[in-house]
Design a protein. Structure first.
Length: 134
């Protein structure tokens, strides 16, 4: 029974991974555009240009989000996003408490895990960049 389930689910892994990449990219781009452009409006508001590290983080988030949505340089974008989320977690969240639930770092950890999946599994379907071997 599980072999049949595995086979049925496996045939949809590429489209599901593609949808996952697009949605993660969209959500990450929203975080970036809120910081850099002030849209959509958030309680934090638009961050002044050049404000370290928040404005630069927003710019990175916006660029990575767009790359992931389009499916261009997805693995590289995911690795950069993973690095940014690790930096954010260990500099902004972890000093406030040991566990993500204590320090408000759940979102950074979840994005890091999502980027880890994309970096190793690839872009999936619906990517503009052609899949290359290796």
């Amino acid at each position: 029974m599980t072999q049949n389930l595995d086979a049925r689910l496996s045939q949809h892994s590429s489209p599901v991974l593609g949808i996952f990449r697009i949605l993660i990219g969209f959500m990450f781009a929203l975080h970036g555009s809120a910081k850099v452009l002030g849209w959509p409006a958030t309680s934090v508001g638009k961050i002044p240009v050049g404000n370290w590290p928040y404005w630069y983080a927003g710019l990175i988030e916006l660029i990575i989000g767009v790359l992931l949505i389009l499916g261009v340089f997805s693995r590289l974008a995911a690795l950069v996003g993973l690095g940014e989320m690790a930096f954010a977690y260990f500099t902004e969240h972890q000093p406030k408490g040991l566990l993500p639930i204590e320090n408000g770092g759940e979102l950074a950890v979840l994005y890091a895990l999502a980027f880890l999946v994309i970096a190793f599994a690839g872009a999936g379907a619906f990517a503009l960049q052609k899949h290359r071997a290796g």
